[in-house]
Structures are given as C-alpha cells and as structure tokens.
Design a protein. Sequence first.
Length: 226
Amino acid sequence: MSHVLGLPALLGKQKLSELDSLVIHLIGASAQEAMGVNKFIELVRLIPTLKYLRIILIGPDLQDFEESPLNFTDPMLSKIRSSCDARVTVRNGCYHDVVESLEETPTLAFASHPGIADGNYTESWRPTLELLASKGAPVVVTGYNKQEVLDDRTHLETCGLRVIVEPQANPFRGLRPFPDPTRECSDFIYGNSHFVVTQGLKASYLSISWHVSTRSWRLQRASRRF
C-alpha cells in the first residue's frame, strides 16, 4: 500500500483531485506485486473524479494475464464504484521489449526497489531507462533507504533522465522494518522508504539531440544539391 498511498505526494494533490483517467505502468514488477494488485482499488477511493484506471504490470518473472477487472481476486469483498472502469493487465518481459505492444501511454511509470545502482542489474536497466527518458512520462523510483535512492538517482541521470523531485522520504513508507543485510546505512530498511521522480530528458541530452538532428537535416539538404 505504501506506493499507492504515496501517489498524492508524487503527483500533487491538486493534479490528483482533477484526474478522470489514470494509467500506471509498474516496471520490473514481481509476482508478489501481481498477487496484491487489488490494493490499487484504493486509488478509486482516493480520487473521486476517476472514471478510468488501468494498472499494467511488466516484468520478466511474470506470466501474461489479459485485461481483467482490478478486483478479479475477490469481487465481493473488493468493491469498485460503478462510475470507474478499473482494470489490470500483466505482461511478461522487460519493459523496453514490451511497451510498444501496449495500447496506452502511461500517466505515470513506477519502479519499486529496482536496484538500478546494483552492479548486477545496472546494464540490464539501461535500455528501459533510456526509453523512459524519451517517452516523457513521470517515472517514480523507490528504494529501501535514502542512500539506495541517491545511488539510483546518479544512474538515472547517467541514462539521460531529468530529475524533477529530488530523493526524499515517502510519508507512506511500509511500516514493517526489515534487517538491513548490508548494515551500511542503518540497521533496518522499509518498503518504498524513499523515492525520486524523473520526467523526460535532461537539458544536456536535449541539446545533444537537437545538435544531432540539426546536423542530420543539414546533411540531407547538402546531399540534395548533388
């Protein structure tokens, strides 16, 4: 629930109160997240203006699951108001391989504890991060503690993403403490403890892209003269 309840802080209360449509891509989602997807029903209650909600989970450890009502696991106990069409889809694969097959552009992309700065995963995340930078949707990355998010922030910028919300504490972090296996920053860690938000390309990357495009255009014009 920590990333669901944290959405008002991420999107801004004003913007959230005006939303009638919301599409969220959960990137690198785990089977555990897929099993607990009905918690996103809380968004229907948090946003009374919401009429259309799509939760799309993408991850290499998931099995494809076609679009279904968000409360498919227990429709009797997990009620959804009739004025909101809320559904979930699950896709197997890496985000950069799957996203083009999805019909809708995300309002928000979310990566929970992705471990981008972990040397075992950094390069495998790069194609997805570069794609996200080019798409322009806000991307929320969470970590178990502040240092993890600070490290991820460095790699996000390396891949060209523009940071719009600096690393900070999530007021709705998970309440259950877990022993920190590294003991580098603290004795305990918490689910979605801190987050950082990016959107689009950094100015330096936009400048590079502009110069490359301009040079290509000039070369094309020059070639037509011969």
